[in-house]
Design a protein around this ligand. Structure first.
Ligand SMILES: CC(C)(COP(=O)(O)OP(=O)(O)OC[C@H]1O[C@@H](n2cnc3c(N)ncnc32)[C@H](O)[C@@H]1OP(=O)(O)O)[C@@H](O)C(=O)NCCC(=O)NCCS
Length: 142
């Protein structure tokens, strides 16, 4: 028989830790689940010409921490084609990483949109993920 699936409450914390020890050993004891600290921030870069300061770059990032390996994700990063190659992308990424590090992120992930974007992140010091990463489109039966 399938057990009932429900949203966790604070009363479930000990049980959650017991289960997470199967994955993370004693490190699971630091978990704060089911309470999660999470934030999102959008950074923009202006063209800096003082004439209305048009936005030429945007980066969206998220942060999540439930007591085990707090992490950040670069969700979106794009610089206007006419403004590429002059440090805007690097500046946005640097601000984002400072914000995430101040929050306590231990790792920053990004899913690069294509191989050219991946080369930008490699140049910025990111490392390719290896191992059993998987994904599913929303709406697919679980
Ligand atoms: C990827 C992107 C954000 C880079 O922005 P940018 O402002 O042109 O990059 P910067 O000028 O800040 O470049 C910083 C450094 O990265 C290098 N770099 C930039 N793009 C690169 C690429 N595709 N491959 C390798 N290195 C790259 C630059 O030469 C520079 O090196 P340096 O610090 O040694 O001088 C921009 O090209 C873009 O918007 N591309 C289309 C959207 C995209 O791919 N977004 C990422 C989605 S995940």
């Amino acid at each position: 028989m399938t057990d009932e699936v429900r949203e966790a409450t604070a009363a479930d914390r000990a049980g959650i830790q017991r289960l997470l020890r199967e994955l993370h050993g004693e490190a699971a004891d630091a978990t704060t689940l089911p309470e999660i600290r999470q934030q999102a921030r959008t950074f923009v870069a202006g063209d800096g010409d003082g004439d209305g300061d048009e936005i030429v770059g945007v980066l969206v990032a998220t942060f999540v921490d439930y007591g085990h390996e707090p992490c950040g994700v670069v969700e979106e990063l794009v610089v206007h084609p006419a403004s590429r190659g002059s440090g805007t992308g690097a500046a946005l990424l640097a601000q984002c990483k400072s914000w995430l590090e101040a929050l306590g992120a231990e790792v920053v992930f990004v899913s690069a949109i294509d191989e050219e974007a991946a080369e930008f992140y490699l140049h910025a010091g990111f490392t390719r993920c290896t191992g059993p990463w998987l994904w599913a489109a929303a709406g697919q039966p679980a």
